[in-house]
Design a protein. Structure first.
Length: 184
C-alpha cells in the first residue's frame, strides 16, 4: 500500500516530515501532478524540468524503499472537465497536435524515473488556510481525507490503517504472510 506525499501546505520541511511519517506505513508512493505547461511552453526542456521537479523526490522515495507510481494529468487536476490552467493562460488546448506532442515528450522523459503504476491516497489533510482554493473548487471535499491532520498529528483512522495493512518490510520488499493464503 502507498500514499501520496503531498504535504498539508507548501513547506519543504513539512513535506519531508510528511513523507518520513507515511513511509513508516507504506511500501509505495505516488507523485501526482499536472504538467508544468508554463515552463514547457516557454521552451524549458522536459529533461531540465524532470531533474528539477521530479528526480530528487523520486530518489528520496526510492531511498525509503518505495515502489514509485507517477500520475501525470494533461488536463486540470481539480476540474477534470477543464483544460489545465497553464494551457488556458497561454490560449492553448490539449486538443492541439503540437500540445499533445509536448505532452508525449514529457511523459517519455518522466518515464525515466521508472514508475510502476498509479494509485492515490492522501496521507495528510490539506491546509486550505495556507492555500485557499478558488471559489467553486471541489478541493474542500477532499481536504480532510488524510490519516494525519495538517500538523501531522495522527487521526483515529491511522490506527485502523496500521492494524489492517501492517506488513513486515525488508529493504522495501513486502514479505507476504504465508499463513494468510492457507485455505481450510
Amino acid at each position: 500500500m502507498g500514499f501520496s506525499g503531498i504535504p498539508p501546505r507548501a513547506d519543504l520541511n513539512v513535506a519531508i516530515a510528511s513523507i518520513n511519517l507515511c513511509s513508516q506505513r507504506a511500501d509505495a508512493a505516488i507523485m501526482s501532478y499536472e504538467l508544468p505547461w508554463d515552463s514547457l511552453l516557454a521552451g524549458v526542456p522536459a529533461e531540465t524540468i524532470a531533474v528539477r521537479e521530479l528526480l530528487l523526490l523520486a530518489n528520496y522515495y526510492r531511498a525509503k524503499g518505495h515502489q514509485l507510481w507517477v500520475y501525470i494529468d494533461p488536463a486540470n487536476g481539480l476540474n477534470r472537465a477543464g483544460e489545465s490552467d497553464g494551457l488556458v493562460r497561454h490560449g492553448r488546448s490539449i486538443t492541439e497536435p503540437a500540445i499533445q506532442q509536448i505532452f508525449r515528450r514529457y511523459v517519455v522523459v518522466v518515464d525515466s524515473v521508472r514508475a510502476v503504476a498509479v494509485f492515490q491516497l492522501t496521507f495528510t489533510d490539506l491546509d486550505l488556510s495556507a492555500s485557499p482554493p478558488p471559489p467553486g473548487s471541489i478541493l474542500p471535499l477532499f481536504a480532510h481525507l488524510g490519516l494525519v491532520d495538517v500538523n501531522l498529528t495522527p487521526k483515529p483512522a491511522l490506527g485502523a490503517w496500521d492494524a489492517a495493512f501492517y506488513r513486515p518490510r525488508h529493504a522495501g520488499i513486502v514479505i507476504p504472510n504465508p499463513s494468510a493464503h492457507v485455505q481450510n
